[in-house]
Design a protein. Sequence first.
Length: 171
Amino acid sequence: MRIKAVCFAAFLLLGLASSLPAQEITGNISGTITDPSGGGVPDANVVVTNTATGIERSTTTTSAGIFFFTNLPVGDYQLAVSKSGFKKSETTGIHLNVNDKLAFPITLVLGGVNEVVTVTSEAAVLQTETAEVSNLVGNNQMQSPASESARFRPARGPGAGRCSRQWPRRH
């Protein structure tokens, strides 16, 4: 009987674990491509390249000039946009963290495709998709020791480890 109960509990736990959501390990890059007058540029070719691996993904903009790249692995990226009648636009220095939803508004300049306008992403990109406030703890922060004031110190001396508050006993 006890074996059946243990097997049932294990089966139940495995069933519940499979229904839990997985942690996000990717991010998204999206944006709107506009012309100098502010109108959306349809059917522009957009290519995102992981600068560490060289892996590219490409898409075309919607009729409103919007593009989406979802489930991109964390890393550094370059974004290139081209459309006949406009200069090619390149955005470099894009750093994608876990669960980022980066949005890039890009205005194409009139000119030939063989001319290139390069923009380096220096400032933090505004995440407009959610109102979520988060803080990413990087590898350097995880490996650096905590400040002296925040460092854990075990208690020493008489009574160390005992609860100082006496809970009322019920009789």
